[in-house]
Write a protein that binds this ligand. Structure first.
Ligand code: SF4
Length: 161
């Protein structure tokens, strides 16, 4: 099986995170998938025009990405600025790229208000987190793309080959 995999740019070593850092994931499967031409890299937030660095953002009120997509929750920067529209655009960009390139899977870094799929932060900027998905992960899953977090890469290897 040679299905393509959408991957968070920061996991691939790109310095695109809000704080200007990357968070590279080292795993033999990453090198193999790259050599097989199966990785499609995107930073959803940058694709929506967000700069690096940028203020940290969280989904407000302990809610999750699906709540943002249905208009019941907002994404807010630590400065108080509402960035909901940018985060929804980011998710739409990631979905469009995944569909256009035939990605059946996504490997996204956990904890992000965009890419998180196992946990996200609760909107209080206190470090408190809860289980739930970010906006991009939620939209991908709603559209049939199987999303795995960085800590689940071995499960993705079993599934995607
Ligand atoms: S939006 Fe996703 S790819 Fe971009 S920096 Fe945040 S976690 Fe990484």
């Amino acid at each position: 099986m040679t299905a393509k995999i959408l991957v968070s740019a920061c996991l691939m070593g790109h310095a695109v995170r809000y704080d200007g850092a990357s968070k590279p994931l080292f795993h033999p499967a990453i090198d193999r998938w790259r050599n097989e031409g199966r990785l499609v890299t995107i930073c959803p937030e940058m694709s929506a025009g967000m700069p690096v660095p940028r203020p940290p953002a969280e989904i407000a009120g302990g809610q999750a990405g699906s709540d943002v997509l249905s208009g019941r929750a907002r994404v807010v920067e630590k400065t108080g600025r509402d960035v909901t529209d940018e985060f929804v655009q980011a998710a739409e960009n990631a979905l469009a790229l995944a569909l256009e390139t035939g990605c059946r899977f996504a490997l996204l870094i956990d904890g992000s208000p965009s890419c998180g799929s196992g946990f996200i932060y609760d909107g209080s900027f206190s470090g408190a987190r809860h289980s739930g998905m970010g906006v991009t992960a939620a939209l991908l899953r709603q559209n049939g793309i199987e999303v795995y977090s960085d800590s689940e890469i071995d499960r993705l290897v079993d599934k995607a080959g």
